[in-house]
Design a protein around this ligand. Structure first.
Ligand code: SF4
Ligand code: SF4
Length: 92
């Protein structure tokens, strides 16, 4: 069970020092997670440290490819409201 960082990562370095397993490393074009080292912080923290600190929605995915900070989650806008706003913008 490991997480994945994808291309929307802005290379802010916030997550790298927090990983208890040193699973996060600098790479190009964005930071990466070593799947052999990431255990989702099990045994060390209740919340995954990288997900907790990451400022970019959708930059970290779980093993199912789902965004761990989905759209709207960091803005304080509820997902249903966010979807409504996106739909309204697209219709404009
Ligand atoms: S979930 Fe935890 S162990 Fe996995 S990369 Fe993030 S901080 Fe490291
Ligand atoms: S905290 Fe998020 S945006 Fe920053 S380096 Fe890590 S994955 Fe990338």
């Amino acid at each position: 069970m490991a997480f994945e960082i994808i291309e929307s990562c802005v290379n802010c370095w916030a997550c790298e020092p927090l990983c208890p397993n040193k699973a996060i490393y600098e790479a190009r074009p964005h930071f990466m997670i070593d799947p052999d080292k990431c255990n989702e912080c099990a045994g060390d923290f209740e919340e995954s440290q990288c997900v907790s600190i990451c400022p970019i929605e959708g930059a970290i995915l779980n093993e199912l490819g789902e965004a761990l900070n989905p759209p709207g989650s960091l803005t304080g806008i509820l997902p249903a409201k966010f979807a409504e706003l996106v739909a309204r913008q697209q219709a404009a």
